[in-house]
Design a protein around this ligand. Structure first.
Ligand SMILES: Nc1ncnc2c1ncn2[C@@H]1O[C@H](COP(=O)(O)OP(=O)(O)OP(=O)(O)O)[C@@H](O)[C@H]1O
Ligand SMILES: [Mg+2]
Length: 252
């Protein structure tokens, strides 16, 4: 893991019709790091992911990816530079099999024509199967994506980002709606990606966060309130204060 940040936000601000949802946000994520972003409802976590991937515009500040300014790039160009975003609503093709979904994602990486030749090769098929194994979908490769369980659909989404070779992966509440068992499987997947991929994961489930996190960033009112390990964060009075009225951080 190098020390140079792959992603950096400096004094970023985002307004929604005059309401400042992000207010002087500073964040540095190192290559290969798995960063968890937590915070009470309305803290600006989703907006932070939106501004990184270009879905919303920064009113002020600067966002750099591998040292290059991406603050004013359109969303598709940021995606092309390897920022992969998983949204709450799945973007899998329900009519296609898991295998075909993964092949389509590989197409996006390679360009359609390169891909026609490439996918015929058994090496590529191996890649695809390894990827399916990594997320635990190797037994359902030939099932239609529409028949997958909620958990499996989320894992397929993560696999699609990996197939597209996203250098940095942004996940917004990946375990929402999952059973405890599915949540732990997701932790296993995410842990397996550590070091090889850079991940920024927004999550409320502290059990999950404790399983996967190195450094946790706590957001409150559009900016960083605290940063540290799970135990440092949970012992921080300012963090406890921010979560007041929301059943506390332990139940976040
Ligand atoms: N499109 C929008 N228009 C107006 N206000 C918005 C919009 N999107 C978000 N906001 C407001 O910006 C603030 C931050 O919202 P955001 O969704 O980023 O919070 P969050 O930390 O993801 O919360 P949660 O934990 O509930 O998902 C909130 O007060 C929200 O109401
Ligand atoms: Mg949110």
């Amino acid at each position: 893991m190098s020390n140079e940040p792959i992603l950096e936000l400096r004094d970023v601000a985002v307004d929604f019709s005059g309401f400042r949802a992000i207010n002087g946000l500073n964040l540095q994520v190192a290559k290969g790091e798995l960063r968890c972003l937590i915070g009470p409802n309305g803290a600006g976590k989703t907006t932070a992911l939106d501004v990184i991937c270009g879905k919303v515009r920064a009113r002020a500040g600067r966002i750099t990816l591998m040292g290059q300014d991406i603050t004013r790039l359109p969303e598709y160009k940021i995606a092309r530079r390897g920022v992969g975003r998983k949204f709450q609503v799945p973007s899998v093709f329900r009519e296609l099999t898991v295998r075909d979904n993964l092949e389509v994602a590989y197409c996006k990486r390679l360009g359609v024509f390169a891909n026609v030749r490439r996918l015929g090769r058994s090496a590529e098929r191996n890649d695809l199967e390894k990827l399916a194994e990594l997320v635990g979908l190797e037994d359902v490769l030939d099932e239609r994506a529409g028949y997958l369980s909620h958990g499996q659909t989320q894992w397929l989404e993560i696999a699609l980002l990996l197939a597209q070779d996203s250098g940095i992966i942004l996940l917004d509440e990946p375990t929402a709606g999952m059973t405890a068992q599915e949540t732990m499987h997701t932790a296993k997947i995410v842990n397996a990606l550590k070091g090889r991929h850079t991940l920024l994961v927004v999550e409320h489930d502290m059990a999950f966060v404790r399983e996967i996190s190195d450094i946790i960033t706590v957001m409150h009112q559009g900016r960083v309130l605290a940063e540290g390990s799970a135990s440092e964060i949970q012992g921080d009075p300012a963090v406890r204060e921010a979560y007041l009225g929301q059943r506390g951080i332990a139940h976040a």
